[in-house]
Design a protein around this ligand. Sequence first.
Ligand code: NI
Length: 270
Amino acid sequence: MTPETFFAALWRQYTELTPQAARIHGALKARGETVLNDHVAFRTFNLAPMRLQDLEPWLLEMGYERLEPYQFPGKHLDAWGYLPRTPELPRIFFSELRVEALPEDCQAIIKGLVDQVDPDSVNGPDFFYRGLPWALPTAEEYLRLAEVSEYAAWMSVMGMRANHFTVAVHQLRSFDQLSALNEFVKQEVELPLNTAGGEIKGGADVCLAQSSTLADQCRLRFRDGTDMVVPTCFYEFAQRFRLPDGSLYQGFVANNADRIFESTDRRRAG
Ligand code: NI
């Protein structure tokens, strides 16, 4: 599969559950902007057959190279950043949850889900947009996961898909600062931003400034028949700055990403 085909399929799946991303993208294009993707983020559990190490080969096969690892001890997450073979393609940020760090009842819920994944079905890059590779949990299981790990709860109902796409703010022509794009999103597109840790995470001092919307929502019918509204995915905005040698910073910043993860928290779900 070519990276172009891969990202086109991912975007289609992502915008179905994240209509706000298509709205913002459309509003930027209507202003005459060409929107480039800074990065796309994926999530997974560290359980075979869908550990990061099980899925990474498909990224490498599409020409991606490992950049560096990141740790989020407070959220029991590990991640890797990947760089594309050409600068037109997005970087990839791929995180996984250390399931063994959660309480035993939560581990059992997650193992019950991952046990339903046929290892033979994890056979190509399309697994990244497989959607839910297991039956939905019960509402009680979902809420128990959410108490302990918002990330685990999100994975249990969203499965495999892009968690977010990201507008490369440094590539936009009519916005010279992330703060200006934030105002545009709030005032013109009328969408709220994630304010956890402040609207803008990072800045020129760490060569990367980021902001994000709050996740869209959808109504799900859980396995026990309960209907509930859950967060889906969000859109991110990233402005990269130049290093002293003049090159654009390519990495991620764990301190920024730590609060970006919270864009899918349930606090807005009703
Ligand atoms: Ni991101």
